[in-house]
Design a protein around this ligand. Structure first.
Ligand code: NAP
Length: 436
C-alpha cells in the first residue's frame, strides 16, 4: 500500500483529536484514499507531558525543524497556534516544498499573503478547513461546492464562546458576567476571553471567508468589529418583544444598489435577527454559516465550531484531500486565493441597516418628540417605539426606538446630538438589525 508521510506540530486539543481520528478511522481513510497516512514526527513543547493518547515516544521531538528536515514528511500539519512560531514553521515547511495543513485562523488572517505567495511559488498546497467554524466544512463548500456560483452574502455565527454566552443571557435572563463565568467553568471560554468577547476571533475568521467568497484581501483591523460586553439582559427582553433574536454575527456581503458595485461590507457585531431566521435557532456553543449565492440561493452549514474531535475531523479531511492531490500528481489543483483583492471595502460610514436604539431619558414632556425630530432631520425613519414606566420617581426611563434602514453616518450624527441633550441620562445603546 502507498504511504503519505505527515509531521504534526502540536499535540494539544486539536493535535490530540487528529491523532485519535487517524488511528480510529484508519481503515476508512485507507479505503477512501487508496493509501496509508503515516505519522512520522510529532513536535511538542514538553515531551514529558502526559497525553490523552498513547503515542510511540520516539516520534516526539521538541524541534519543529525535525518535521521540515525529514525527507519522509510530505505534509506538515501546524496545530501549535499563535502567529510567531507557527509562522516560522509554516514558512519553513513551504520553503522546503512541503504541503501544509493548519487550523490557525490568526496566522492566515495576519500572514496569509506571505504564506499563500510562498506556497504558490513552491507549487504546494495550504489547506485550512479547521481554521473557520471548526468541524463545519465551510471552506471546502466555498472553494469547491460553490465554485460555480457567485456569493452574495455570508452571515455567520462563528464564535461558539459568545454564542454560548448570548444563549444563556437570552434563555435565563442572566447578566453577561454570570453567563461568561459559566462558559469558563464549562470550558467554552478561556481564562482570558478577550479575543472572543471583543469579536476579534470572529473578525479573523470573516477575513478568511471573505477572501474565498469575494476574493477580498482584508486584514482583521479592516473589519468593523464590536463585541458583546455592553449587552444587558434588557436588550434580550426587547429583542423578544420586537420578534428578534440577539446574536453576534459575522457579516460579509456584496454591497450596493445592484447587489454589488465592486464593494463589500465586512463587519462583526451583535445583531437583532428575525426570530424565525435559521440562524436564530443556533444555540449554545454551536456554529452556523448561512451563505447566499446567486444561483443556489441560501445554504446553511451548521455544526460544532471547536473541540478536539470536530476540529480534528476537519484537519484530517484536509490531510486526505492533500494526499489525494499528492498521489494523483496534482498539487495546486485548487488555486489559492488571488494575491490582489478583487473587491474594495465599503466605508463603514456608508453601511445601511436597521437599528435598535435604547435611549435613557428623563421622564419629561416633549422628550420623545425631540428625539423623533432629530432622527427625522438626519433622514432616519422610525419603525416602532416603546417606552417603559420608570421604576422610581425621577429616575431615567428607557425609550426604545427601532428604525428602518438608515446610513450608519447619519445615525451616528443623530445619536451624537441626542446624547448631548440635557434630557438624555446615559449614552445611547445601538444594535444593528440584520435581515437574515
Ligand atoms: N481548540 C479548538 O477547539 C480549536 C478549534 C479550531 C481551531 N483551533 C486552532 O488550532 C490550533 C491549535 O489549538 P489547540 O487548542 O489544539 O492548542 P493547544 O491545546 O494549546 O495545543 C498546542 C500544542 O502546540 C504545542 N507547541 C506549542 N509551542 C510549540 C513549539 N514551539 N514547538 C512544538 N510544539 C509546540 C504544545 O506542546 P505541549 O503539549 O508540549 O505544551 C501543544 O501540544 C490553534 O491555531 C487554534 O486557533 C483550535
Amino acid at each position: 500500500m502507498k504511504e503519505v508521510g505527515i509531521g504534526i506540530a502540536g499535540f494539544g486539543t486539536v493535535g490530540g483529536g487528529v491523532l485519535s481520528i487517524l488511528r480510529s478511522h484508519a481503515r476508512e481513510i485507507e479505503a477512501r484514499l487508496g493509501a496509508r497516512i503515516v505519522v512520522r514526527r510529532v513536535a511538542v513543547r514538553d515531551p514529558e507531558k502526559e497525553r490523552a493518547i498513547d503515542l510511540d515516544r520516539s516520534l516526539l521531538t521538541t524541534r519543529y525543524q525535525d518535521l521540515v528536515e525529514d525527507p519522509t514528511v510530505q505534509v506538515v500539519v501546524e496545530l501549535v497556534g499563535g502567529t510567531t512560531e507557527a509562522r516560522s514553521l509554516v514558512l519553513a515547511a513551504l520553503g522546503a516544498g512541503k504541503h501544509v495543513v493548519t487550523a490557525n485562523k490568526a496566522l492566515l488572517a495576519f500572514h496569509g499573503d506571505e504564506i499563500f505567495r510562498l506556497a504558490q511559488e513552491k507549487g504546494v498546497d495550504v489547506y485550512y478547513e479547521g481554521a473557520v467554524a471548526g468541524g463545519v466544512p465551510v471552506i471546502r463548500t466555498l472553494r469547491e461546492a460553490l465554485a460555480s456560483d457567485r456569493i452574495q452574502a455570508i452571515h455567520g455565527i462563528v464564535n461558539g464562546t459568545t454564542n454560548f454566552i448570548l444563549t444563556s443571557m437570552a434563555e435565563k435572563g442572566e447578566p453577561l458576567e454570570k453567563a461568561l463565568a459559566e462558559a469558563q467553568r464549562l470550558g467554552y471560554a478561556e481564562a482570558d476571553p478577550t479575543l472572543d468577547v471583543s469579536g476579534g476571533d470572529a473578525a479573523q475568521k470573516l477575513c478568511l471567508l471573505a477572501q474565498l467568497a469575494f476574493g477580498a484581501r482584508l486584514a482583521p483591523q479592516d473589519v468593523l468589529t464590536e463585541g458583546i460586553m455592553g449587552l444587558l439582559p434588557e436588550d434580550f427582553a426587547w429583542a423578544k418583544e420586537f420578534g428578534y433574536a440577539l446574536k453576534l454575527l459575522a457579516v460579509a456581503r456584496r454591497s450596493g444598489p445592484n447587489g454589488g458595485d465592486g464593494l463589500i461590507e465586512a463587519r462583526v457585531h451583535p445583531a437583532f435577527i428575525p426570530g424565525d431566521s435559521m440562524l436564530a435557532g443556533v444555540r449554545g456553543a454551536m456554529n452556523a454559516v448561512l451563505l447566499r449565492s446567486e444561483a443556489l440561493g441560501p445554504t446553511l452549514l451548521f455544526g460544532q465550531g471547536a473541540g478536539a474531535m470536530p476540529t480534528g475531523s476537519a484537519v484530517v479531511a484536509d490531510i486526505i484531500d492533500l494526499s489525494r492531490n499528492l498521489l494523483s500528481g496534482s498539487p495546486g489543483r485548487v488555486p489559492l486565493p488571488p494575491a490582489a483583492s478583487l473587491v474594495r471595502l465599503r466605508s463603514h460610514a456608508e453601511i445601511r441597516t436597521g437599528y435598535y436604539l435604547r435611549f435613557s431619558v428623563k421622564d419629561a414632556p416633549g422628550v420623545l418628540a425631540r428625539i423623533a425630530a432629530t432622527l427625522a432631520r438626519h433622514g432616519i425613519s422610525i419603525a416602532a417605539v416603546q417606552q417603559r414606566e420608570h421604576e422610581e420617581e425621577g429616575a431615567p426611563v428607557p425609550l426604545v426606538i427601532v428604525t428602518h434602514q438608515a446610513r450608519e453616518a447619519d445615525l451616528r450624527s443623530a445619536i451624537g446630538e441626542i446624547d448631548a441633550y440635557d434630557t438624555t441620562a446615559a449614552p445611547t445603546r445601538l444594535i444593528r438589525i440584520e435581515q437574515v
